[in-house]
Design a protein around this ligand. Structure first.
Ligand code: ATP
Length: 284
């Protein structure tokens, strides 16, 4: 598989604040990759460096085989291969959805079909509505339409569903999956654990400018192999044991007690427990 993004030893400080502090990252073609971390972790700084909007202090960065820095050699042709959906929404309030998307299409050599893109983002019924009359979720989908009209190979989405209601988030997730299924590579930043879990093929947990772990969502923090905690009452004492085999332990206890085990409880760490432990206490 070819690498769409390849980063090693990336650093960026603002004064004495090390926003990105030696970051390594490899993203394969055709995957949805989530950069998951709390506020101030360095997600936006990283993504903006990859997009060519901020310069780095040091490190190697390749995005679609080019160095995106302003001192690098990436040009308009490279930029046309990338779709960007920023955190703040676009402000074309006085144009209709159709006008906005058609207008953006003229910037690109090989744009997608305007009506198809509007359909893909679920705004067909709003084609003739003015931007300023759209709801927050609809505006975000218009932003995505503008980000993908150029037919990009690589799409950056910075915290795409902040402020969405649950139904809008689910609709948005299925849109992102559709884009991946059409062949795009997607890098999204999020501070929602459930978003990374539902959507990403791989997740990188970032905190204080460093990647703590990269894995598939179901393996995050050793989740698949995490031990269960079995607790029960033994006379006056509350006992607790960690076990990879809680069923065996429980049946052994059942035999020992000759039936009901007093105050039996079997717990496994949730993904949220694991994530909070990973970023433990450093939340800004
Ligand atoms: P959020 O989830 O809140 O968007 P983030 O993970 O995207 O956070 P960044 O925006 O990359 O984090 O910020 C990382 C750190 O760098 C923060 O401490 C932030 O205050 C600082 N920072 C970001 N941009 C600038 C800037 N232009 N000037 C000075 N400091 C900055």
């Amino acid at each position: 598989m070819s690498k769409v993004i390849s980063v090693s030893g990336l650093r960026k400080s603002y004064g004495s604040n090390k926003a990105v502090d030696g970051l390594d990252l490899e993203i394969e073609q055709g995957e949805i990759f989530a950069l998951l971390g709390p506020n101030g972790a360095g997600k936006t700084t990283t993504v903006e460096i990859l997009e060519g909007f901020r310069d780095r202090d040091s490190g190697e960065v390749r995005v679609l085989d080019f160095d995106p820095s302003t001192k690098g050699n990436a040009g308009q042709q490279w930029r046309d291969r990338i779709g960007i959906v920023l955190q703040s929404t676009n402000d074309a309030g006085d144009l209709t959805v159709y006008e906005s998307v058609s207008h953006f299409a003229t910037y690109y050599e090989n744009p997608k079909d305007v009506r198809e893109v509007i359909e893909l983002v679920g705004l067909t019924e709003k084609s003739d509505a003015l931007g300023r009359t759209l709801s927050g979720g609809q505006r975000r989908r218009l932003d995505v339409a503008l980000g993908i009209i150029g037919n990009p190979e690589l799409i950056f989405l910075d915290e795409p569903t902040t402020g969405f209601d649950p139904e809008a988030r689910r609709a948005f997730w299925s849109l992102i999956r559709k884009l991946r299924d059409e062949g795009a590579t997607i890098l999204l930043t999020t501070h929602y654990l459930d978003e990374a879990e539902a959507l990403a093929d791989r997740v990188a947990v970032i905190n204080r400018g460093k990647i703590i772990e990269v894995s598939t969502p179901d393996q995050l923090g050793g989740r698949a192999t995490s031990l269960a905690t079995v607790s029960w009452r033994d006379g006056a004492e509350l006992r607790e044991e960690k076990s990879a085999n809680p069923t065996a332990l429980v049946s052994q206890l059942a035999q020992q007690f000759g039936g009901e085990i007093p105050e039996l409880n079997v717990r496994r760490a949730s993904l949220e427990d694991i994530y909070l432990e990973m970023i433990g206490g450093t939340h800004e």
